[in-house]
Design a protein around this ligand. Sequence first.
Ligand SMILES: [Cu+2]
Length: 341
Amino acid sequence: MDGVNVLTQDVVIPGDSYRYQFGVPDAGTYWYHSHYLSYDQVSRGLFGTFIVEEQNAPAVDHDIVVQFFDVLLDQSGQYDEGFNPAHFATEGRIGNTVTALVSNGTSKNVRQGDRLRLRLINPSIDRVYRVGLDGLAGKIVALDGMPLAQPQTLEPILLAPGQRCDVIGDATGPIRFDDSFGERTLSLGEIAVSGSREPAKAPITALPANRMPAPKDPGQTAELVLQGGAGSASHNGTGTWALNDVSGLPRRPFLSAAQGTTARISIRNETGFPHVMHLHGHHFWELDAAGEAGPYRDSTYLDTGETRDILVVLDNPGSWMLHCHMLSHQADGMATWIRVG
Ligand SMILES: [Cu+2]
């Protein structure tokens, strides 16, 4: 029930339907989107939020989803139907209009002093944000749906396409979102406040832990080299981008392992652009230079020239895509797959 055409199901053709049925073992902030021509369909809005609630959710006054989304509009303010091949070879199809889509659900007005849980999601096809939050005193409590063992200090959050971040905090004024990833700081929107109350006194603590596998010594190691794009060395793939000299899904999986294997994958970005590598069906630990496990995520951001090792317990049987979640890069070759079991 992974929704990847070619690999796990056929496309759902117009007028047809398909019933997805699956368990949801992990509480957290997720999202869903079309995985077919996704750079096009997601850019037109074919995505949504998917929340799995904790059995014992932390007490907050408001649980609010904030999606950072950009879109390319033409001069008349309509979706730009133009096709520019340069978008696929560079940082992608970056919109000229960018906004924070705030979904309050059934919440009433936010007062100064209210405690909020913000579920930040980047469903943009290619744009990376560095999200600053003004007007909230709080902590980062989850990344890519998974609770952090220790909540982290709230500072600007790098949010690459597909990534999520949960924040819990108390409103100290209107909550303003801005993006400082590019050269200029962009204002993204705000949550207004009216009225006030005494802030909650309870400390902000870690979310209830999800069930997590225990990694063993890696039974398998692999290297994944990100190649291609404007200005980079040539590779043997047929597309603009390639992974280990192959563009698009290879006939054989990049990695094949028995269920339960712990794998260590070293990802090396040899391109002139940042990427965000996303693995389906699993979360993984980002390892630091000393090999120590960092956050447990499902998408890892690599700047130009950066290398990152990830450690993953392959406990979910099936065929799983591993791809750049900058969807213009995925469309033009930056995708592979693994097989478990
Ligand atoms: Cu990419």
